[in-house]
Structure formats: C-alpha cells, structure tokens
Write a protein that binds this ligand. Structure first.
Ligand code: CUA
Length: 297
C-alpha cells in the first residue's frame, strides 16, 4: 500500500504544482489586457496545443500510470495463505465478533491471537447485515457479508495489541463494534489456544457457586455458552473464558467487575440498542453472578 501511495503522492504534487504555476502565470499575464476586446473566433494553434496537451493528454497519462500502479499493488496482495497457515473464522454480529479457530476447537469473542511473522488465513462472514473487518495497522477494510465468506490473509511482523474496528455502517452501535488482535510468538498463541479449548473452570467459593446457579437458572443460558455447563446458547458471545479477555461489549469497556455489573444490570446504558436485555436480578444475585463470570479464566 505504501509502495502505491508514495508514487501517487509524488504524481499528485507534481500535477498540482504545474497546474497552480500555470494558473498563476495566466492570472498575472491577464493583467493589463483589454477586457473589452471580443474573444477570438477561433482558438490559435498554440493555445490548442496547450488545451489538448494539459487538458487531455496529461490527465490521461497520469490516470493510466496510477491505474497501472494500482493493478501491480493489487497483484502483490496475497489472496490466499499457504495450506499450513493458521485458520481463523470471524463471524460478525450486530455488534460483536464471534472468533473461531476450527482446527483447535476454540470459540471466543472480540479478541483474536495471531502468530508473529507468518500468514494467517481469515475466513470472514456475517450472521446478519454487511460489516467490514478492519485492523488499520495490519489489514485493509474487508467485507463481511451475510451471503458467503470472504478470504483474507493477515501477516503481522511486529508483536503487540492491535485495535480492530468495523468499517461498514451496520446499525446503531456500529462505532462500538471493535475487537483486539494480539500478535505474539507462535508458542504463546499455541498455549493460549490450548487454554481456550478447555471447558470453563468450576466455580471456586460459595459466592461464585451461587453465581453459577444464578447464571444457569436465568435466561443467560438462552444466548450464551459456557463449555462444561448446560449453557449452550449461541446468540451472544461465548463466555467460557470471559475473564481472560481484557474488554467486554466488543471492546467498548474494560473487563472489570464494576463494568461487568453495570453491563449485566442494563446493557442499554452502555450500548443502546443491543440485543441483550436488562437483567432483573437483586443486588446479591448480581454480585454473585459477576463473581462467577470473573472466575471464568
Ligand atoms: Cu459492524 Cu459496522
């Protein structure tokens, strides 16, 4: 992209400077001319050459060169990864991301881990409307369509946490549809995948135990999965390892007990229009539920 952008900038600057120079020259030359003189009946041949050269030939050449450079840049963007590449499936929902590693039996949400220095094959799709997958520092905007998957390849050569955003207006909370892509060594990604593939840890302590009973006895289970329990809903994010994620509500707020409690009490206060309804729980049950979810490492 940079190899395309820099020549385009140079061409644009040259064209602008030449155009601005000619315009300035014409304006200065016009001073003192006889304003009342009638326009000539025919364009003199010298001026015709200027009009054809600067008005037709020059833009045609510039556009053709830019077009050629664009085609070359498109050729250099890989449209598939080698067969041994890590496979990640991302399904967009209003307004969050379901992230699957099909070869590892891992399902998570709004967070993905990518190995450093190797191509990763992304299979992008949508469960509802058109969204667009975008990690500004890693991969350009790529459609996520409800009628079929798009394949994209991402190749990160620096470790770190990269912000991802939806780049296609998809409804009320389009701006709060984000995720994190964490790039780290292959061994760390493998270790993370192994931990994520495990069922949820059992609740520790009486409060968390009570929280699990609240969770399993409420409508939470209609929409959320916690592997290792009877909860197997699939409308909302998989919560099996919720506590291992650094944000909730698709990168909207930090994953702290306070934010989690506010979110469960009434998600619409945090993210108006979400599908998740408010939870009519008393304070004691809500605190227990937050304690349970906080233990899902
Ligand atoms: Cu999804 Cu905008």
């Amino acid at each position: 992209m940079a190899a395309l952008w820099w020549p385009m900038l140079v061409l644009g600057v040259v064209a602008f400077v030449v155009f601005a120079g000619l315009l300035g020259w014409a304006m200065l030359r016009r001073r003192g001319a006889d304003d009342d003189a009638p326009p000539p009946d025919d364009i003199p041949p010298g001026r015709r050459a200027w009009l054809v050269g600067a008005g037709v030939v020059q833009p045609t050449v510039l556009v053709a060169v830019t077009f050629g450079l664009t085609l070359a840049a498109m050729q250099s963007i890989p449209d598939d990864a080698p067969s041994e590449a890590l496979e990640v499936h991302v399904v967009a929902h209003q307004w969050w991301y379901e992230v699957r590693y099909p070869d590892h039996g891992v399902v998570t949400a709004n967070e993905m881990r990518l190995p450093l220095d190797e191509p990763v094959r992304l299979t992008l799709s949508s469960a509802d409307v058109v969204h667009s997958f975008w990690i500004p520092r890693l991969i350009g905007k790529t459609d996520m369509l409800p009628d079929g998957p798009t394949i994209a390849v991402v190749h990160a050569d620096e470790p770190g946490t990269y912000a991802g955003r939806c780049a296609e207006f998809c409804g009320l909370q389009h701006t709060r549809m984000g995720f994190q892509a964490i790039v780290e060594d292959r061994a760390d990604v493998e270790a993370w995948l192994e931990a994520q593939a495990e069922p949820a840890p059992p609740p520790v302590g009486a409060t968390a135990q009570q929280g699990q009973e609240v969770f399993l006895g409420s409508t939470c289970v209609e929409c959320h999965t916690v592997a290792g329990t009877p909860a197997d809903g699939d409308r909302g994010p998989d919560l099996t390892h919720l506590a291992s994620r650094s944000t909730i509500a698709a990168d909207t707020v930090a994953n702290t007990p306070e934010q989690l409690e506010a979110w469960i009490r009434n998600p619409h206060d945090v993210k108006e229009g979400v599908d998740m309804p408010p939870s009519p729980l008393d304070d004691d049950d809500l605190a227990a539920l937050v304690a349970y979810l906080g233990g899902l490492e």
